[in-house]
Design a protein around this ligand. Structure first.
Ligand SMILES: [Zn+2]
Length: 342
């Protein structure tokens, strides 16, 4: 039964072979009693008899970000082949299988701008990513709806296009009225992610959806630079793989106190939107994420105006001058060592 359902326990290969077909949901049990539900193309959940956490691990929300796909596929293989003794309920999501096949970030539209209902706004459900965002929201809602007394976790795993001064970093979604979780930041640290960016406003990302709608401990986790399949140095992801295995296979996590000096902690000072077509940065395309600028330095020009650094030091992330007028071109960050982390 199992061998026929997912050949060689390779869920990625199975997913990619099924993208053109409507898949009826499938359910089966592993010999150790874990219930397996293949819920949709690229969506699979595993339920042990007893557990304390509902965990979602998603990858390929951007189709060409291969390392997280390889990490998730290995974890799925480890569970199916009983190498991991699963202690927590987990759902894996391979976000955009068609974009994986296309070796591209997306087919029609950036999937990670379409959550929290954005899929149905504006042009409406007019392309594949919009339909997929709506379907993935429903899977997350169903998965988290089963329990309201378990800890909810969602790590949306990515790799960045741009090189970064901090190779691995996590975006902590805006969560007004809720303190940040020391346990989660420590866990990210064990994954090799020692840079945290506290976000400042609601967004249409997948992690914000889980955080805002279901009070999940959710993060967008950037694990390094985009590489083609087979060209990832998986040693660079060993700590992430090991820590995620621990998260899934241990009842209790290691108790390590949060020490802010072990992390680079940033918050958004301002978001610079584009107002004119001639918007241009005053730094080169190859400038790394988290590069720091000092007060008064020229950051960009548009419409005959100069945009300069306002704080003593500001670090930039996600610069992109080629966005439509009205959208964000770059986030400017300042150090945030004293946020409410408990
Ligand atoms: Zn991404």
């Amino acid at each position: 039964m199992l061998a026929q359902t997912i050949p060689n326990n390779d869920f990625l290969a199975y997913t990619l072979s099924q993208t053109k077909q409507i898949q009826p949901p499938q359910t089966f049990d592993l010999p150790n009693g874990i219930a397996v539900d293949v819920l949709d193309n690229g969506v699979i959940s595993f339920t042990p008899l007893n557990y304390t956490k509902d965990i979602i691990l998603s990858c390929a929300i951007h189709g060409n970000e291969t390392a997280p796909i390889e990490i998730c596929n290995q974890l799925i293989d480890d569970i199916l082949s009983l190498k991991i003794e699963l202690k927590q309920r987990v759902m894996f999501i391979i976000g955009n299988p068609e974009a994986i096949l296309n070796k591209s970030r997306f087919i029609d539209e950036n999937l990670n701008r379409l959550f929290s209902g954005a899929h149905s706004k504006g042009q409406g459900l007019t392309n594949k990513e919009r339909h997929r965002a709506k379907a993935l929201e429903a899977h997350v809602a169903l998965f988290f709806a089963k329990n309201d007394n378990k800890q909810r976790i969602h790590y949306d795993l990515h790799t960045a296009i741009k090189p970064s001064k901090h190779e691995k970093f996590a975006i902590y979604p805006y969560r007004p009225g809720r303190s940040y979780s020391a346990e989660q930041i420590v866990l990210l640290g064990l994954c090799g992610v020692n840079t945290i960016l506290y976000h400042h406003e609601p967004t249409t990302t997948f992690s914000y959806y889980s955080s805002n709608k279901f009070n999940a401990d959710a993060f967008t986790v950037e694990l390094g630079k985009v590489m083609p399949f087979g060209e990832n140095d998986m040693q660079k992801f060993a700590a992430t793989q090991t820590t995620l295995t621990t998260l899934l296979s241990e009842t209790n996590l290691p108790q390590i106190p949060f020490d802010p000096t072990h992390f680079n902690l940033y918050k958004v000072a301002r978001s610079i939107n584009k107002h004119h077509d001639d918007f241009e940065f005053n730094f080169s395309h190859s400038t790394e994420n988290f590069t720091q600028f000092t007060q008064g330095e020229l950051l960009a020009t548009e419409g005959g105006q100069q945009i300069r650094i306002e704080h003593d030091i500001e670090a930039i992330v996600f610069p992109n001058a080629n966005v439509p007028v009205g959208q964000r071109t770059v986030l400017c960050l300042i150090p945030a060592p004293n946020e409410d982390v408990t």
